[in-house]
Design a protein around this ligand. Structure first.
Ligand SMILES: Nc1nc2c(ncn2[C@@H]2O[C@H](COP(=O)(O)OP(=O)(O)OP(=O)(O)O)[C@@H](O)[C@H]2O)c(=O)[nH]1
Ligand SMILES: [Mg+2]
Length: 367
């Protein structure tokens, strides 16, 4: 005797089958086509975030991969030393120690004229001059005081103060050096990283204003966006950009145009409020009111971050209400800190979240 199935049960079974098929197809599509686009203004930490993905999910860099960064590290050293010396000379700032005044001239000799930034080594004499120069109290003060009005890469102090290690024969960059190096992305870089069996195709673009028109070619079939903001970039000067606009204001404008564009209206966005380490040290020295006159939270880091986050949430409000149509996944990050990034990325271990934005958004982590 067969088991009789009621009409309602049959409908229920069919519905379940349909749901299972849909789920299967969506997952298949997700697995085949998960593409994450890294966006943000120049220097906001897109490439560094991607390097962390590679370290966390793809294992460490090989020796050959580490060595590829050597010349960029040398260039960072030479350009940083050069910038500081030129700034001091132009503004009549003298080293405290007399011999360091002579070393300033040596540094200029090395970084101008016959010296080429692509030189594959740093000579002992150049390294020695930098080593003593950066230890002069005046230079230490300049390096520490980020309120000064000349552009220096964020990792200048890190590389300059460790010049003897970096210039030693047989130097192989460490993972930390690779995360710190400033190397502008040119054009578009594509990288595949497998996260828990799911191949994810990351697209890293240059944030330079002049390069942004190239972004259009990567706007198709994007599963989600990681938008990086350099928290410490408020009231900062860029010499490399063709703009005198405050980088934080520029970042807000870019975020608005991206999230409101028809391309990304339904694309989940993960907002990485990055460089929190630099933000912490900058906030007591440079008031956030220099950029946002309506800020009233003083030196309180949490209040300041919540304020900046509210600016990002509100910027698209007229066109795209994040609380209604799409949650905004927000994180406070330090992209050079693997532990911090691991904690952030762990929230996405269940990667469907990135794809199915209806799930509960992870809350902001104030670190
Ligand atoms: N201290 C600190 N430095 C960071 C952080 N994130 C990035 N950096 C540094 O900031 C610099 C710029 O980072 P990138 O990842 O190259 O920036 P980008 O957004 O890819 O820049 P473009 O390629 O020019 O668009 C590098 O020297 C990084 O080491 C951070 O959270 N803290
Ligand atoms: Mg980059």
């Amino acid at each position: 005797m067969g088991i009789s199935v009621s009409k309602r049960d049959k409908q229920h079974i069919l519905e379940q089958e349909r749901n299972a098929k849909r789920w299967f197809l969506e997952r298949k599509l997700f697995r085949e086509k998960c593409q994450i686009l890294l966006l943000g203004t120049a220097d906001s930490g897109k490439t560094t975030t991607l390097k962390q993905m590679k370290i966390i999910y793809g294992g460490s860099f090989t020796n050959d991969e580490l060595l590829e960064y050597t010349s960029s590290i040398y260039r960072n050293v030479a350009e940083s030393a050069h910038t500081i010396v030129v700034y001091m000379k132009r503004n009549g700032v003298e080293c405290k120690e007399f011999r360091n005044r002579l070393r300033m001239d040596r540094i200029l000799e090395f970084t101008t004229g016959s010296y080429s930034y692509s030189d594959p080594h740093i000579s002992t004499a150049f390294a020695d001059a930098i080593h003593h120069f950066v230890r002069d109290p005046i230079v230490s003060e300049l390096l520490e005081d980020r309120t000064n009005r000349f552009y220096l890469i964020d990792s200048a102090e890190y590389f300059l103060s460790d010049i003897l290690r970096i210039s030693a024969p047989g130097y192989i960059p460490t993972e930390s050096d690779v995360l710190r190096v400033r190397q502008k992305t040119v054009g578009i870089t594509e990288t595949d990283v497998t996260v828990k069996d799911i191949p994810i195709h990351f697209i890293d673009v240059s944030g330079q204003r002049t390069e942004r028109r190239k972004w259009l070619q990567c706007f198709d079939q994007i599963s989600s966006i990681i938008f990086c903001v350099g928290l410490s970039d408020y009231d900062r000067l860029y010499i490399s950009e063709d703009s005198s606009q405050d980088p934080m204001i520029e970042s807000l404008a870019l975020f608005k145009s991206i999230t409101e564009s028809h391309w990304f209206y339904h694309t989940p966005v993960m907002l990485f409020l990055n460089k929190v380490d630099l933000f912490r040290t900058k906030l007591p020295k440079v008031p956030l009111t220099n950029t946002f006159e309506d800020y009233t939270g003083g030196n309180d880091v949490q209040k300041a971050i919540s304020f900046i986050l509210s600016k990002f949430r509100q910027t698209s409000k007229t066109q795209r209400d994040f609380s209604q149509s799409q949650p905004l996944y927000t994180h406070v990050t330090n992209a050079i800190d693997s532990e911090n990034m691991q904690t952030t990325l762990k929230l996405y271990d269940h990667y469907d979240r990135v794809f199915f934005p209806s799930e509960e958004a992870p809350t902001v982590m104030l670190l």
